[in-house]
Every structure is written in C-alpha cells, then in structure tokens.
Design a protein around this ligand. Structure first.
Ligand code: GDP
Ligand code: IMO
Ligand code: MG
Length: 427
C-alpha cells in the first residue's frame, strides 16, 4: 500500500531533510512544501552535482514527480525564478506541469527583506535572532495582519499595485522615521520584481485540489518540512525561532488537506546537534570537538554560509520533538561524521532548578537555564561512509543507535552515512 509521509526536522534545522526527501521521492508521486520559505537550504548531492534548493520541493530531480508549493509557504518570486533558472542550467526541466504554486501562497516582497534586515541590524548582542534576512518574519506578519500579497494577486495588475500601496503605507513610516532609512514606492517594487511576478503566473494552481485528487487516485504524497521543530514559532526556543509552525501537524493547514492524509511521520535527526543564528543551545561545544564536527560535517549554512554552532546529541530536545510531532520513525543522518572521536556524549536529561528533568522547561528561554546531564559512550574509528548494511556498522555505532532508540522509544529506520543518495542504510 502506498503511504503518505511527512519528513520534518527534529532539531534546529539542517538535519539533512533535503537528501532524505530526494531519496524517498523515488517511491512517491507528489512532493509538497507546506511552510517556510527561502530561509530553507536543502542540499541534494547526486554524483558530482550538488544542488541547493530553497523553495522548490526536493523531489524536483525526479522528472516524473509532481512538486507542489502549498499556501503555508512564503514565496520570494525573485529567488523562485533564480532557482528555476539554476535547475534548468543543471539540465533539469521544470515546467508548470510538474511544479505548481498555490494561488493562496503569500509572496515575499522587497520591503519584507528590507524590514527583516533593518530590524536585525538595529538589534545587538544576544537580542539578535540571527535571521536569514530572507524577509520571512515580516511576510508572515503581513499574512496574519491581512495585508499580505498572495500569488493569485499577480493575475490582476491593478489590484496588485493597490495592495502593494496599502501595505507600504505603514512600512514607509517605519522605514523613514523609525529606521532612518529610505522609503520605497510601488513603482520601484514593480520595476524590480515585475518580471519575476509575471513568470509566476503559469505555475499557479489549486494545490489543495491537486493533493485531494492525488489522494483519491491512491498516489503517494511526501510532505517536505523546512527548518526544525525547535525553530517552530510556538514550540521552539521563542523568540529565537522562525515565523512558521514547523511541526508535522502544520502539513494540513499549510498544504490544504485533511489530517487523515498522513500515514507516517519521519523525524530527521542529525547524529549530533547544530544550530545557526542566536538562541540557547544546551549541548553546544565551544571547543575543538565542536570545531571537529563543524569541519568534518561541513557545517556551514546552505542559505547564508554562516558557520553552524555544533554540539552533542540532545535527547531532551528529541524527546519533546517525538511528542510534538508524533514521530513514527527516525532517520538518523551524518553518522559518518562521528567516526574518529574516542568517546561520544549524549545528553539524556537536564538539571534545572535543582531537579532532573526529561523534557525542556516550558518557560521562555528555559533552555538557557539548564545544565545538560550526559551519558558517555564509546566512539569508533572506522570510516563508515561505504557501509550499506546495518549489521556491518561498528559495535560502538550500533550501541549509539540503540541507545537513541531505547531512550526515545522510536525505531531508527534509515541511517545516512554520507551526502549521496547511495550512502544510506535502510533497516
Ligand atoms: P536540510 O536543510 O535539513 O536539508 O540540511 P542541509 O542541506 O542544510 O544540511 C545538511 C548537509 O549535510 C548538506 O551539506 C548535505 O549534503 C549533508 N549531508 C546530508 N546527509 C549527510 C550524511 O549522512 N553524512 C554527511 N557527511 N553529510 C550529509
Ligand atoms: P532548513 O530548512 C537552520 C533559523 C535562522 C534564525 C531563525 C529565524 O535548511 O533546515 P528566519 O530567517 O527564518 O526568520 O530566521 O531560524 N533558520 C534556520 N536554521 N535551517 C533552516 O532551514 C533555517 N531557517 C531558518 O538561522 O536563527
Ligand atoms: Mg538547511
């Protein structure tokens, strides 16, 4: 029986979702993005080709698959067009027949990016969120305050201009008087992105109905999460979060389908932890082990190029992720990066207010106030990147995997030991 799957990040993003979505797209018919925007950077490696996708679903390399961008996404028209061009330069044909954007998807406008960057530059030290500067927060704000520009608006130029002018009325006051910066006019905006907006038109579709029809035909649907559970606007380390719900349950609102559509929820777990941007990170390693993980794991942002903060695996964070998302199985990635460390630490609980706790404290910035309690495990030296059979993994690696499974009470079904499709162990 075909199954509909959700793939979500269970930590702070960059768990390797792109690789897994690309891989599992082989057995899916439809691949759907349902939240986030071009803040995402999903890396696909096929042979000597490396492709980083920000908006287009990671199923796009499989030519017979339908890729959908749901209403829950905030789409930057310029980045979208650049991405399509880039894909076509790599020999991948992207046509409106196999890539569709919901009429209801909100668009990121130049003023969203301006606001994002001005706000960040006004903040200092630990007040900085460290956003990707892609205008994500301001675009979602406009959606919620009902002044957003939606993909369907590109079909009516007069209405589009009026809506932009309405949205600008407040923003220009901010630009001029609060940020001491320059104002922007609807003419300038349409001059800058008018061509990209026109290029969107053929891609517009009723994504909700596309999904419904696919379901009725028994097609397998793969929902591709962006960011990670601890960047979720409600459940993450607020205020150091992104501006959308990243948890699996947002699939339905963000794609326009009913909750019964989902059969399986795969939580992608990096074998250690990384985070880009500000915010608490209990198991962070500001030492040579952290440096080892960063350089061996190539931990530099796929969107911004920023070095990622690195640390040990945190089971407290993952326990909460399992609960919030109802994760049915784990995809453990980047296990190869841990080779060569004599011992490995795993955080199993936190010390907080004189007590030991198994789940993160619920108060704001609670993770900044905990002390991790670790279990130390034996490391392994073997290069595991060519292993394809679970039983061939070194004993210490098997122990590491079983420890995670036992602690979270969820099975690890897929293990990734390198960036390539083939560097994967299915159990
Ligand atoms: P995403 O945002 O979750 O899709 O992850 P990113 O693409 O931002 O970051 C993951 C990085 O790790 C990319 O450079 C991938 O090519 C790479 N990668 C994915 N899986 C593995 C793995 O199992 N081992 C190694 N060494 N690299 C991996
Ligand atoms: P993928 O899909 C890692 C982080 C930013 C910042 C915070 C808010 O590749 O895993 P935003 O621009 O969204 O307002 O920034 O969220 N962030 C990510 N970190 N991976 C991502 O996406 C991220 N998308 C946003 O670094 O801390
Ligand atoms: Mg990424």
């Amino acid at each position: 029986m075909k199954k509909n799957k959700v793939i979500i990040g269970s930590q702070w993003g960059d768990e390797g979702k792109g690789k897994i979505v690309d891989l599992l797209s082989q057995e899916a018919d439809v691949i759907v993005r349902f939240q986030g925007g071009a803040n995402a950077g999903h890396t696909l490696v096929v042979g000597d080709k490396k492709i980083i996708l920000h908006l287009v679903p990671s199923g796009i390399l499989h030519e017979s698959k339908l890729c959908l961008i749901g209403n829950g996404v905030v789409l930057d028209p310029e980045i979208f067009c650049e991405e399509i061009d880039e894909l076509e330069r790599s020999g991948i044909v992207v046509s409106p027949q196999r890539l569709k954007i919901s009429y209801k998807t909100h668009l990121i406008m130049p003023y969203h990016k301006m606001l994002d960057n001005l706000r960040e530059s006004k903040k200092s030290g630990s007040n900085k969120i460290g956003t990707t500067g892609r205008g994500i927060g301001p675009a979602y704000e406009d959606k919620v305050s009902r002044v957003g520009i939606r993909a369907c608006d590109v079909l009516d130029e007069k209405r589009l201009r009026e809506k932009i002018e309405r949205a600008l009325a407040e923003k220009n006051i901010l630009f001029k008087h609060y940020f001491d910066s320059k104002e922007i006019s609807s003419d300038e905006i349409l001059e800058k992105i008018g061509d990209s907006l026109k290029k969107l038109r053929p891609y517009l579709a009723d994504v909700s109905t596309e999904i419904y029809n696919a379901m009725n035909k028994g097609r397998a649907i793969l929902f591709e999460g962006a960011q990670g559970t601890f960047l979720d606007i409600d459940h993450g380390t607020y205020p150091y979060v992104t501006s959308s719900n990243t948890v699996a349950s947002n699939v339905c609102a963000g794609a326009g389908c009913g909750i019964r559509v989902i059969d399986e929820i795969l939580g992608v777990v990096k074998s250690y932890t990384t985070r880009v941007g500000g915010g608490p990170f209990p198991t962070e390693l500001n030492n040579e082990t952290g440096e080892y993980l960063r350089s061996k794991g190539g931990e530099f942002g796929a969107t911004t190029g920023r070095p990622r903060r690195c640390g040990w695996l945190d089971l407290v964070v993952l326990r909460e992720s399992v609960r919030l998302n109802n994760i049915t199985s784990i995809v453990l990635t980047k296990l190869d990066v841990l080779s060569g460390l004599d011992s490995l630490k795993i955080c199993t609980k936190y010390q907080f207010n004189g007590k030991e706790i198994l789940y993160p404290p619920q108060i704001e910035n609670g993770l900044a106030k905990v002390t991790p309690i670790y279990e130390t495990m034996k490391g392994w030296n073997e290069d595991i990147s060519q292993i394809r059979n679970f039983d061939k993994l070194p004993h210490a690696a098997l122990d590491y995997i079983r420890f995670i499974e036992d602690s979270l009470d969820v099975k690890v079904k897929i293990i990734s030991v390198g960036p390539e499709r083939s560097q994967t162990i299915f159990r």
